[in-house]
Design a binder for this molecule. Sequence first.
Ligand code: ADP
Length: 210
Amino acid sequence: MNIVILLGAPGSGKGTIAGRLASEDANLKHVSSGDLLRGAVAKGTPAGQAAKAAMEAGQLVADEIIAEMIKDVIAETQGDVTMLLDGFPRNVKQAEVLEAINAPIKSAVLVDVPDEIIADRIAGRRTCPKCKAGYHVKALPPKVEGICDKCGTALTIRKDDNPDTVKDRLVVYHRETEPLIKFYEAKGLLRKIDGNQGPEKNAAAFKAAM
Ligand code: ADP
């Protein structure tokens, strides 16, 4: 098992890229910290209850909560698998958790998208609550409006995708997550792609870079 970290702002397309690559290659496993947390919130587990308020406010949940979930997933992933780790680490403390367990990190790929474009992207974002497939009303519309192509479920808008919360999430990104670019650069693990090429080319560029 080895790990490729996806770095990038909220709405930069990390989840779309990882989902697309994982659906094409059985050796790639997409692990999204946001999906793990939303699952815990939906189930009402203790971790979910503790995470809910921070998520709705666009703030980071406590490091320990998400770190435990990610460590569990890493521990149970074995064999010839590359994990596409999306949304973790999100600050230097979380990156140090991966160091402490000697996680086999192959690369950290930054999906680069300017802030001006992010707001539009998130405003049009729709998600399948059942299979987690992601869509965009303009850039990546489902075949039937409002319905998931893969499983036929009605698409939803995430609670934290409203414009005010998005602004807060970008502030958090620049303050907490951006320092990871230097962190992985110093280790010689950083790669960078232009995340503004459309879903298909983004995914191809990512695959080449990772
Ligand atoms: P996006 O990439 O669009 O910001 P995510 O699905 O990755 O969305 O995350 C949604 C929310 O879940 C974040 O705003 C945050 O509250 C929480 N979250 C996800 N990953 C982490 C993490 N590694 N550390 C702390 N909070 C996290």
